[in-house]
Design a binder for this molecule. Structure first.
Ligand code: MAN
Length: 545
């Protein structure tokens, strides 16, 4: 009886606590007769219990009371409970024949022995049991607070990672911006050059190019024919030589004494043939020429690649006006460059018409060079856009509310689940909640994480401590889950209390498709009673753990 004990100290007279005008002798205290209007003369009997309020008044109420109404000044009957903790028991429970050991373990509430009731003092054992449990609770609370500190450390590390990423993204963006602007210049340059080229005829290559292709093909065919004719000539020569040998032998070996007119005529013809000048078969120089001409890789003195060129810049007109072709290579390059610049200048000043495709910018006939420069620019632009989006996301993340000391940052994305009724429920921290039928099927979204909130709860704590208790608690609001047939979009409020591990304790569907989860987590330790959000202070620890 700490706050009211002082009122009973005097041995001369007692003054009713809330009614200072009423004085009593000390013998009137606890004489089982209610003298004081506030019942303060009977702290140890139930004589004033008819005054007892449902919940005991606070000492402040006692101090402010003007004494004009009939409310009791005492919180209840005081039990010393030696060996355990002292406490008050409602006056109505005093001498009611029941031992109220929960509040009055020393049994002093039944001092009158109503109906023979005798309540022995059990404070020793009850106190010991309480201290054992209290020790366990303190241990669990210590473990939970340690885990919370670890979470805070991890959150700080993750936050630093985000800050570092923001810094590197800044550098990356600067580089990407430079790249984009240099590729823009490159594209403009190529497009400008493109403007300077003369439009070509349809089909692949210019007329000259096509002609050159045909000529080269025809010469190839002629070369092949020449090779074949030479082979036939050589084989005919061999056959003639063989026949001449046969006839010469015939002439030498025939018998002139036989008067065979046919044979004699043949011999004469052979002699006439042999006497004729048949020219030279072995013109070696001519054959060497033929060898050269018929070589497979012979270009016959023509620089085919110059005529076969199908590059975009080449055209009939180019060829006609290519006076630089007649110049030595270095001078030719210089003149070519100057002419090209001049052509661009004339187009840009409206003196010469721009080639159609370059002027209207149509991609269909865009040159490979322009298309690939544009592709490079687009890729660099996409890279830059992605980096900028990344930067925005990371900056937003730094200002987002992850709770006091950023503690929930370390949990983000991790999930816990539990079975309840016909469903398995899942909470993914700062992401969303789902339910899934145990019989199978898909997850049903019960809401996406929206924000951290503060809620006030008033619940009895179950003996295992897995509950919210009463007071201010931190909560996670989830909205816009899967639409509920004939109802709203599913939503979940996750209310948290300090625990040494992450665990879903309870799920209730408060209304159709409106869920409430009670969850234990070290992240919620030390937040009871404090303000939520980043700037919030750390509240008083939850000792009911
Ligand atoms: C499912 C579950 C329940 C919900 C009904 C509403 O069965 O999501 O929680 O009440 O749908 O139709």
């Amino acid at each position: 009886m700490t706050s009211v004990a002082k009122f009973y100290k005097s041995s001369e007279r007692f003054t009713c606590i809330s009614n200072p005008s009423v004085h009593l002798s000390p013998s009137q205290i606890n004489d089982d007769y209610c003298d004081c209007p506030d019942g303060s003369d009977e702290p140890g009997t139930s004589a004033c219990s008819y005054l007892s309020p449902l919940s005991p008044p606070s000492p402040a109420d006692v101090a402010n009371d003007d004494g004009n109404n009939a409310t009791i000044a005492l919180p209840g009957f005081y039990c010393k409970n030696k060996g355990h903790q002292p406490g008050y028991i409602p006056f109505t429970n005093v001498n009611d024949g029941i031992c109220d050991y929960e509040l009055c373990c020393d049994g002093s509430d039944e001092w009158e022995g109503v109906g023979g009731t005798k309540c022995e003092d059990r404070c020793k054992e009850i106190g010991a049991e309480y201290r054992k449990h209290d020790e366990q609770r303190q241990k669990a609370l210590g473990a939970a607070n340690k885990k919370r500190r670890e979470l805070v450390t991890e959150s700080a590390r993750l936050r630093k990672e985000v800050e570092d990423r923001i810094q590197s993204l800044g550098t990356q963006i600067q580089g990407a911006e430079l790249k984009v602007s240099s590729l823009e210049t490159e594209l403009a340059d190529i497009e400008r050059k493109e403007k300077g080229r003369v439009v070509k005829g349809p089909g692949k290559g210019s007329g000259f190019t096509v002609l050159a292709g045909l000529a080269k093909e025809r010469i190839g065919e002629l070369r092949d024919s020449l090779v074949r004719v030479r082979q036939e000539r050589d084989s005919s020569r061999e056959r003639v030589k063989e026949l001449e040998v046969i006839l010469a032998t015939f002439k030498d070996e025939y018998n002139p004494n036989f008067n065979d007119e046919g044979v004699k005529r043949a011999v004469r013809s052979w002699e006439e043939y042999a006497a004729r000048d048949k020219g030279s078969d072995g013109d070696v120089a001519h054959d060497r020429d033929l060898d050269e001409i018929t070589k497979a890789d012979a270009d016959n003195g023509i620089q085919w690649e110059e005529w076969e060129s199908t590059t975009e810049e080449e055209s009939d007109t180019d060829v006609l006006y290519k006076i630089e072709e007649y110049l030595p290579a270095p001078l030719r390059k210089w003149v070519d460059h100057k002419l090209r610049d001049l052509r661009v200048l004339l187009i840009e000043n409206g003196i010469l018409a721009a080639p159609k495709n370059a002027a209207d910018g149509s991609n269909a006939s865009e040159s490979k060079a322009v298309a690939s420069a544009r592709d490079r620019l687009n890729a660099a632009q996409t890279e830059l856009d992605n980096a900028r989006n990344d930067l925005t996301t990371h900056r937003d993340d730094l200002t987002a509310d992850y709770g006091p000391s950023d503690v929930f940052r370390a949990l983000k994305g991790q999930c816990i689940s539990t079975d309840s009724g016909e469903y398995t429920y899942e909470l993914c921290w700062l992401t969303g909640t789902t339910q899934k039928s145990k019989k199978g099927g898909a997850h049903t979204g019960m809401g996406n994480f929206i924000r951290l909130e503060r809620v006030t709860v008033d619940e009895d704590l179950p003996p295992d401590g897995k509950g919210l208790g009463s007071g201010d608690r931190i909560a996670l609001r989830h909205e816009n889950g899967q639409h509920c047939w004939n109802g709203p979009n599913r939503s979940t409020l996750v209310v948290m209390a300090c625990a040494d591990k992450d665990e879903i304790w309870k799920i209730v569907e408060e209304e159709k498709c409106v869920y409430r989860m009670e969850v234990g987590t070290p992240a919620a330790c030390g937040m009871e009673g404090g303000a939520g959000g980043n700037g919030g202070g750390e509240g008083k620890g939850r000792d009911e753990l």
